[in-house]
Design a binder for this molecule. Structure first.
Ligand SMILES: Cc1cc2nc3c(=O)[nH]c(=O)nc-3n(C[C@H](O)[C@H](O)[C@H](O)COP(=O)(O)O)c2cc1C
Length: 215
């Protein structure tokens, strides 16, 4: 994403605590798109960052050509989700003036969906070299919920160590690892399983997946 392009305009009510969604270049952009769809339909406000590799994977897997400028990405996603433009803000990779770059931002939480092992490693090492990494680092220091949907298989001992480091620092490690006890009938059902678990951990009501024992 372009480094110097300004983010899309803010017009949030003071009461709204946005959810930060970061999309990195792991397989599984479908999870991110469904998460965004559900959040926007639920009238949540979303701060979105997409890594350069994330944009590439969304194009390859989903045929979604978003460009690389925050204002263009914003326009295309508002069209895609048919949502209120004010609910969504999109930030560039080096936009250090964006609210999630600072601990003073009031956030519901952050979900990195999907998360590469590269981003996982940067987070475990505290390397804040792009806005996604900085925002996640801020969540850890501020004790704001941070959900990391890592996707790779198999995991090396480096990946496993990094997950342990981040779990010990307060992150929720949630590998893209859907269950099948809800008897999914489609890929969408499988996607919804993971998205429901992310929403549960953000404290956002969802009806994608029944609570165990209550279906
Ligand atoms: C189609 C495609 C699928 C990929 N899938 C994964 C994956 O599942 N997990 C992973 O860790 N990296 C995956 N990668 C590699 C990452 O995109 C690459 O390591 C990139 O540098 C990650 O950068 P980011 O963490 O800033 O998004 C994939 C790349 C491509 C092009």
């Amino acid at each position: 994403m372009s480094n110097h392009t300004p983010s899309t305009p803010a017009c949030h009510s003071a009461a709204a605590h946005p959810v930060v969604v970061a999309i990195t270049g792991a397989s599984g952009g479908k999870y991110a798109l469904r998460l965004l769809e559900v959040l926007l339909r639920a009238d949540e406000h979303v701060y979105l960052m997409i890594s350069t590799a994330g944009l590439m994977v969304l194009a390859m897997e989903e045929g979604l050509q978003l460009g690389n400028k925050p204002n263009v990405i914003h326009k295309r996603l508002v069209q895609h989700f048919d949502c209120n433009p004010e609910q969504l803000r999109v930030f560039g990779e080096q936009d250090w003036l964006a609210p999630p770059a600072s601990g003073s931002a009031k956030l519901k939480g952050m979900a990195i969906v999907p998360c590469t092992t590269g981003t996982l490693g940067a987070l475990a090492a505290g390397v804040s070299n792009c806005l996604i990494n900085r925002a996640a680092d801020v969540c850890l220091k501020e004790k704001t919920p941070l959900i990391i949907m890592v996707r790779e298989t198999p995991f090396s001992s480096i990946h496993l160590q990094n997950m342990l480091t981040l779990a010990n620092a307060g992150a929720t490690i949630m590998p893209a690892n859907p269950g099948f006890y809800h008897q999914p009938q489609s890929v969408d059902d499988i996607i919804d399983f993971m998205v429901a678990r992310v929403l549960d951990h953000l404290g956002i009501a969802q009806n994608l997946l029944a609570e165990w024992g209550k279906s």
